[in-house]
Design a protein around this ligand. Structure first.
Ligand code: GLC
Length: 507
């Protein structure tokens, strides 16, 4: 039995540590006695049916490989989903952001930015100097697991307090200083009806703070800002993808799409109002531009018709706090890749094909295997794969053979490649919907998977070629500008100007 979630983790208290015989008790209290073979015995008595690591690899290769035809099918389902989401409010969440068009590149001034990300809280002062130039002063705070689950009000109070001390201590402004415009990057699906308000539809990325879903996040944060007398005026509530889209376009006007491949995954692009029927009542001109937050992590959620989910994806889903939701994200994002790897290891352990006789309890803890380990294993330059020796020994207390380590590296590759190929399907859907293939375009990408996982970007671009043929080479990805800092400031600047000019001032 493999541990799949904290609340369901069976108490496998093994009375024996490494090799030989021992016993453990199952969750129902039954004592199970086991006898294991030593490596030496294995050499003495070969077992013809015993599968080799290469046999296992073939099985996982078949399960985790996404072929080109399969990708094309996913792309077309993706495109349909985007259309549905733009058509009407309801089950498919595709979000008009009230960011009206591209920046001019001339935006200037001082803006505050707060970014409540999946892992950190970041507060910044961004000075836009025009012509694609800027300066950023920032402080980061690590969010604890408790903070991701505590009452929503407390979480927003924490953000407000951090911003308050940043303004007073780091910027040296006093408690009576003018209110600076503030862009708040809140990267969770919020249904927006104007730029500084948005109702949280549902938490993603493992957050679960009560009192926020179904409420206006702009209002909740504004209340906390007031409570702590923070000299900041909430001007724009933005998603990290929208910020990335605008920031990347500010420095590279060829940018048409922005993606985040980090703890979560998502994308934004620029749409014309005529293609967003659900905001028809605003009466915008058909060619008026508005940025769209795709919330593509939710693609194929609930009815699971299009994605090649494996049993490991299903276990991750069913042991998560949001069963059925974020189906695409759970196969792609940094929060989950290490867990997919760990679940496969646990399967092999349970079958008696891995770490026989070793004490594997550390590996049996849900989410114990960080996605960063996958990228470390993949980038190990040594023949002996010393990095894997270190990871398994130091963090999990198990010894590995070279065959096992080679298998781990290949398995990491399969999981990382599947993530990149599925991600490419989302990009391809936007490219195809917007007809960007002919001229080509630049995709600004950010997040730890994109920036730190070896080969992720290459695999993404290869997958685009597999989908579109040679023409796919015209879609290039680039490390994006800091969307939640610089992007958020540019959007705040665009909003201040738009409102001052009386353009769609109610939005
Ligand atoms: C999750 C959020 C989305 C965000 C993405 C990347 O998918 O729902 O809003 O953009 O993570 O951070």
């Amino acid at each position: 039995m493999t541990a799949i979630g904290n609340d369901r983790t069976p108490n496998l208290s093994r009375s024996n540590s490494r090799r030989g015989s021992g016993s453990f008790s199952t969750p129902s209290g039954t004592q199970v006695v086991y006898h294991t073979r030593t490596q030496d015995e294995l050499h003495e008595y070969p077992h013809p049916e015993k599968k080799t690591m290469a046999d296992h690899l073939r099985k996982y290769e078949a399960l985790l490989t996404v072929s080109a035809p399969r990708m094309r099918m996913i792309v077309s389902a993706f495109e349909e989903t985007l259309d549905k989401g733009l058509e009407k409010y309801g089950e498919v969440v595709v979000i008009p952001t009230y960011v009206f068009g591209w920046p001019t590149g001339k935006e200037k001034g001082e803006y505050l930015a707060v970014d409540l990300g999946g892992t950190n809280l970041r507060v910044c002062l961004v000075t836009l100097q025009g012509e694609g130039k800027f300066e950023v002063t920032q402080t980061k705070y690590r969010l604890t697991e408790e903070q991701k689950q505590e009452d929503g009000e407390k979480l927003f109070d924490f953000c407000a307090e951090c911003l308050h001390s940043f303004i007073c201590d780091n910027l040296g402004r006093d408690e009576n200083a003018d209110h600076l415009p503030l862009g708040f990057t809140f990267s969770y699906p919020c249904e927006q009806k104007r730029i500084d308000h948005g109702e949280l539809i549902r938490w993603t990325k493992g957050f679960g703070n009560p009192g926020v879903e179904g409420h206006d996040v702009g209002e909740l944060f504004a209340k906390s800002l007031e409570k702590y007398n923070v000299r900041a005026k909430l001007t724009a509530l933005i998603n990290d993808t929208t910020g990335t889209l605008i920031a990347s376009n500010y420095v590279d006007p060829n940018t048409r799409i922005a993606c985040i491949f980090g703890t979560g995954c998502n994308a934004a692009y620029m749409e014309t109002a005529g293609s967003i029927p659900k905001i028809g009542e605003m009466g915008l001109a058909d060619d008026q531009l508005m940025a769209i937050n795709c919330e593509w992590g939710a693609f194929d959620s609930f009815d699971h018709q299009h994605l090649p989910r494996t049993k490991y994806d299903i276990i991750i889903d069913e042991s998560s706090n949001k069963v059925g939701e974020q189906a695409f994200e759970k196969m792609i994002a940094g929060l989950y890749l290490g867990e997919i790897f760990r679940l496969i290891l646990c399967e092999l352990i349970d079958q008696g094909d891995l770490f026989l006789g070793q004490n594997t309890y550390k590996l049996e803890k849900a989410y114990a295997f960080d996605t960063a380990f996958l990228s470390l294993m993949e980038s190990d330059p040594t023949d002996e794969l010393l990095m894997s020796i270190g990871i398994f020994n130091h963090f999990f207390g198990v010894e590995t053979t070279i065959e096992e380590r080679q298998f781990f590296r290949e398995l990491a590759k399969l999981i990382g490649t599947r993530s990149a190929r599925l991600s490419a399907c989302g990009i391809a859907a936007i490219v195809s919907k917007k007809g960007y293939l002919e001229k080509g375009c630049s995709v600004g990408a950010d997040g730890s998977l994109y920036s730190k996982y070896p080969g992720f970007a290459k695999r993404l671009e290869q997958a685009l070629v597999d989908i579109f043929g040679e023409a796919g080479k015209k879609i290039t990805t680039h490390a994006a500008e800091d969307g939640s800092g610089v992007g958020s400031a540019i959007i705040a600047a665009m909003t201040v100007k738009r409102k001052a000019d009386g353009i769609y001032a109610d939005y």
